[in-house]
Design a protein around this ligand. Sequence first.
Ligand code: ADP
Length: 329
Amino acid sequence: MSKKGRVFSGARPTGRQHLGNYLGAMQNYVALQQDYDCIYCIVDLHALTTLETTQELTQNTYEMALDWLAVGIRPEESIMFVQSHVPQVTELHTILSMVTPLGKLTDLPTFKEKARQQPQNINYGLVGYPVLMTADIVLYKAGLVPVGVDQAPHLEFAREVVRSFNYRYQTNVLIEPAMKATEVPKVIGIDGVNKMSKSLDNHIELASTPEETRQRVMMMVTDPQRQRRSDPGRPEVCNVFSLHKVFSSPEEVAEIDRDCRNAGIGCVDCKKKLAANLNAHLEPFRTKRSALNENPDAVWDILHEGARRARTIAEETMVEVRAAIGLPK
Ligand code: ADP
């Protein structure tokens, strides 16, 4: 292996990706390919824990794959696939569930939150979610998992499960994954308050048209204290400014910072500049996405080929796991 090690990350098929996904995860996925062998998984089984209908599951998987490819995931290098195409993960999930204390799962804040969110559907899969997540990671013997610091407890959980397994069966076939901590910026939505998220409809999709993007930017909530055009603004509390820092040149950012504070520029003009810069940034992405979308079968072929490569690794691990436990051959 010429690279530094293997990275695994999974995300639920949420369809077209937004700026939060892009800045918080996808950009990092692309960058990691430089130094690591990367495995990126669209975790459709995980989605089943919260979905009421699966009607859009296939389309959402496809749209997400398009975005990942268009942004720069290189399938000839990295493995990109759909979780359910590698059934070994459910086998490992069952096996790992036997070394996982139930109390640990029900104590996790994420479980408690989900249980609050959907009291009418506290299903078994919801409790076992972190075990399936652990299976995802260790099945591919990924040494590193890129996560934001807020997800550290999940990774610690995965490490504990691995230790329990290795201790229980006196083996070392499973590798404890390490956290590759990333400074994940929390992208705020166009409401100016909440984390950008599809469910809150406060997002800006990467695949939107330039005009749709402009309209969403124009809807962004700015500094609430700035009531009139003549009021001085406070860039440090303005979400439009946060995005300028990402998508505009340092000179422009300095200019906007100054002109906002002395009311030299109004929010409307400031947003127009952001929309223009954002659209310019997304232009190559959109071109590539449209080209990929011309041939959906080719996109599915990429996912199927990724799954084939993933299954090879997965089966190698499972042969060792079954032997370590002593399951009959
Ligand atoms: P999942 O629940 O599978 O993580 P999400 O769509 O919530 O699916 O998120 C996918 C990835 O995008 C995660 O790594 C998440 O941290 C990141 N992400 C989502 N929304 C934001 C946001 N507003 N700011 C930063 N990162 C985000």
